[in-house]
Design a protein around this ligand. Sequence first.
Ligand SMILES: Nc1ncnc2c1ncn2[C@@H]1O[C@H](COP(=O)(O)OP(=O)(O)OP(=O)(O)O)[C@@H](O)[C@H]1O
Ligand SMILES: [Mg+2]
Length: 643
Amino acid sequence: MKNILVVDNHPIMLKYMTGLLEKKGYRVITAEDGLSALEILEDYLPDIIFVDLVMPNIDGRKLCRIIRGLPKLKDVYLIILSAIAAEDDLDCIELGVDACIAKAPFNKMEKHILTALNRLGSGSSSHMPRETIGLEDIHARTITQELLADKKHFEVILASMSEGILEITHEAKVVYANPAALSTIGIPEVEFLASNFTDLFAEKDRKRVEHMLVNMRNISQTNTPDSLVPMKNKRVELKFLPLEREGHRSIVMLNDVTEQKRNEAQLQQAQKMEAIGTLAAGIAHDFNNLLMGIQGYASLMLLQTHSTHPHYKMLRGIEKQVQSGSKLTKQLLGYGRKGKYELKLNDFNELVEETSDTFGRTKKEITIHRKLSPDLLKVKVDHSQLKQVLLNIYVNAADTMPDGGDLFLKTTSTSHKEMDGKLYDPTPGDYVLLEITDTGTGMDEKTRERIFEPFFTTKGMGRGTGLGLASAYGIVKGHNGYIDVKSEKGRGTTFRIYLPATETDIKEVGIDKRKEEKVATDNKTILLVDDEDTIREVGQDMLETIGYQVMTAADGKEAVEIYKENHGNIDIILMDMVMPNMGGGKAYDHLKEIDPGINVILSSGYSIDGEASEILDRGCNGFIQKPFTINDLTKKIEEVLNI
Ligand SMILES: Nc1ncnc2c1ncn2[C@@H]1O[C@H](COP(=O)(O)OP(=O)(O)OP(=O)(O)O)[C@@H](O)[C@H]1O
Ligand SMILES: [Mg+2]
């Protein structure tokens, strides 16, 4: 006895078919739409299936395609019974079915159904006509044609929308998905239809989606909020619209926002780092000026104090404190700086070897393993800055391995192509990669997210300032490189530093531009330009102590005026960079117009950055970083005057 499944949403049709077929000795099961048919077919294997075309919950065309896609049903005898055969063009081959029969008055249709079944029985199914059977018994209806055209029109609209649209039943079974939704989800339509919508999500997110679905039924259509949910390796935004009057079905709008969210996060992070960077550099600048005052007065007092005097040691103590303070501002400046100090073509391996040797000597309990690529590409870096970066990272690694451990250093040449999956979009090109791995405690996600922020530390008051990685970040960024971290609690940590590789030699931005001829030392006059009263006062004292005649100016404009009147008498100018009215850069250009052979040393509480290097490139003689000691100053002036 053959088994038949009849799928039709009209109860009368189901009743009629059941009666007819059972009378002829078939066993008949019915389903009222595509979805229930698929549920039945999960564990039922009929010999023949009759399918209606227009049905809710997966229509006849899609049902046929799904059936033909299922291996166990690929040879089932499939017959379409269509009520719109006169108005719609049907092609049995395109639909993958064995016959199409027009729904006509029962007595006429019966003949065709039985003929089709007999042909199957006689094994001559291959001779079934490709065209719909029984068309002669019916007439095309204009209203049906119009409704079908209207239906197609809406299908075209749904198909061309860039937003993903799904329809799901109250049990979350998918009964419709437009092409945008299918492409986001990445599952073919025949596999996706009738599956469970919540299966798209990982276990932990599934509960949330189920919860949203339940809640959504209690909210009015217009107020459903968007929700962000991870889906495979994407992030999708979901919006549910309940269709209350249609058996608690819902429309789900689904948008792939992976790229958009990534860009937003990137921008936010960049803006945050930028803002903190400006703040950090500002603090460092003001602090350096303060330290300059303290350093200057302490230096002057030391000069007048014999080393046996009880104050001598205290003054040295003050100097030491100033040095610690200046180390701090150096880290801050590293984080905030936009330019570089001194770019040199470097063999990065050498830098790694040198720094790790130094480090290894102080931390005997840590075993250093180096795997340095023998043909590593070259980089242009500021040697001392990169040293600071590496040491900061080594020291952190040592802190996390107090009882000893391993530190792995590995260099490789790579390119942006091997850097996908990063939070940032690397500029295309070749890179030198240094990986620094420790076997320490690792970090949890909360810590990991914040380590590059200035002042973020887990080391407690007085033990860490939280500036090590912030300055590493700023310096690497200043070199157009990238730094990121991979770490898990209990599993150690790996830092990756990418620096753009270079093949070309570069012009070194030197700060020592010595004059050829020797100059006599006596009776030199120096013009000191600074907007801060304290700096002018202490600077004048320091310079006079060294033996110079000193003139002062409070900004660039005043400096230019004074120089115009006295330029025969002024040998060298020590000038601040950032000042009101006229800054150091502009003043330098004016001064140079007056006297092309002028000697100018720039000084700043900021470190040398893009602007200072440009002025140096224009011929300015040197740069000195505040705070400086009398010794630093003497050396610098002597260098420039070539004394
Ligand atoms: N290798 C590592 N393993 C585990 N945690 C780390 C590691 N490197 C950094 N961290 C975490 O990142 C935080 C910030 O590091 P950062 O170097 O910026 O500051 P710090 O070491 O606390 O202070 P500072 O370097 O200024 O003395 C540390 O306090 C620590 O929690
Ligand atoms: Mg540190």
